[in-house]
Design a protein around this ligand. Sequence first.
Ligand code: GLC
Length: 579
Amino acid sequence: MKKNLLCIISIVCLLLNAKTYAQNNNDTLQRKWWKEAIVYQIYPRSFKDADGDGIGDLKGIISKLDYIKSLGVTMVWLNPIYSSPNDDNGYDVSDYRNIMKDFGTMADFDSLLKGLHERGIKFVMDLVVNHSSDEHEWFKQASSSRDNPYREYYHWWNAEDGKPPYRYSLFDVNHDAWKYDSTTNSYYLHYFSRKQPDLNWENPKLRQEVYDIMKFWADKGVDGYRLDAFGFAAKDTTWPQFPKGFEKHFSLYYSMQGNLHGYLQEMNKEVLSKYDVMSVAEGTGNTLEDAHNMVDANRHELNMAYPFEGVDIAKPEGYSLLHFKEVFSKWDSTFEHDGWVAVFLANHDQARMVTRFGNDSAPYRALSSEMLTTFIMTMRGTPFYYNGDELGMTNIRFSKIEDYNDVGTRNEYQYVKNNGGDTTAYIQRKAFESRDNGRTPFQWSNTNNAGFTAGKPWIKVNPNYTIINEAAEEKDPNSILNYFRKVVQLRKDNLVLVYGKYTLLDKGNPKVYAYTREGEGEKLLVVLNFSTTSSTTDIGMNISNAKLLLNNYKDAPSNNITASTVTLRPYEALVYKLY
Ligand code: GLC
């Protein structure tokens, strides 16, 4: 009886809540669990090693489930954990229905998923299907003879037709995306490394294989997919010559070709619509329209766009806050009426957030990390937060190529060298931007190897682990870690931060980012100082009654508000409720 009553009350609450942000026909305001999710991205190789081989693993993650829960995040995305020879750290899959040996077994995966679900945390699977590994059985078959039934799972160019027209490859030492294969006297296509042949999405059989793989994991209980490099999956198979000199803009050339939207609609019909799963594609194509089409609910493709324009802003020479505001405001308005976006400043393909977008020098590291975290957690869109950023981990800044593991960084170094380029300048640039900076082991404590492994870590540990580590931050109520927990809670307590309208204020201010989030009679004001100096913003409305909800300094600001201006200390972040 009591149970029934509780059940009725919770259904009524759900219905009432469902109405809250859905009173008009605006699709963006329709409540969905994945819009309200807070995603924590774990790079499994570097998170926690349980068996002492120097490589993070699933048992390691399981041992840290309570830590993950304590962060308040509601969803975990793991980079690929499938069987892989690891040319590109798991983004080269040799068996989509098995777990990589380094990471453990399927039984470990099942316990991990169970452990997450028991703690109310959902799980996103990385789906790497633009390409497989050359060690996948499909490729072994396909490359064994021209008439093998798997031949059409990949893209080929017969050598008797001459050399194929130039295609740029991101990870190839010669930038060449066609690799000659003598067994069948032909070339195969690889947009990434030679060990990552591109799958042929134009082949319906291949597409069915992928949908079956997706169902296999959905039946196990995964709650979503992140579609790796999927914008490149469909190809123009007339192979027009890639324009030389256009390499930096390869994405414009490769994205959203052919029938990509058709394939997404088919995937939606075959798999996504049949399960309660969320879907997010890496990249958004070439235009806002592409991005929008991919996630417009009426088109039945994917749920969420993951645009790179924001994360690409940071450069070694610095960046302009005006540009930053313009980009994030543009993406917000793109999805104002329908569609949804992911908000992030880092991931496993980027160097560390605080080094790129904040200031990792001692006086400002904590403040600027917290300020950036406040930004991510107060924008409209689903926050994707990268592991280690909650501690304020920084770039390691390797000074020798030998320290790098990343196939992209190493092969590009070789390319620069082979072509008489400046390798010193290259290494300097990589110290700022190489993705290996974001892949150094998670810093758990000030013990050996930062408490990551009892063995020899697969990549060097950042020596600053003696100061920056989880154990130390747990003990300090004012640590970056504990601030992260507060700001996560603030988002969870205020639905207006998920759905509320975003309005940029004081647009031309080069140091302060100020905006309101507003909806259902509530209004929050966020003011963020992106500089090392005290800065004032005039937000153009009377805020003398504002109530401070959150700030990242130990002591609350005093007398910093006049009728319509707010003055902030260096890298200060303030969130107010307005009345
Ligand atoms: C995506 C992944 C990246 C990987 C590449 C090839 O961009 O995020 O890590 O190297 O695809 O799979």
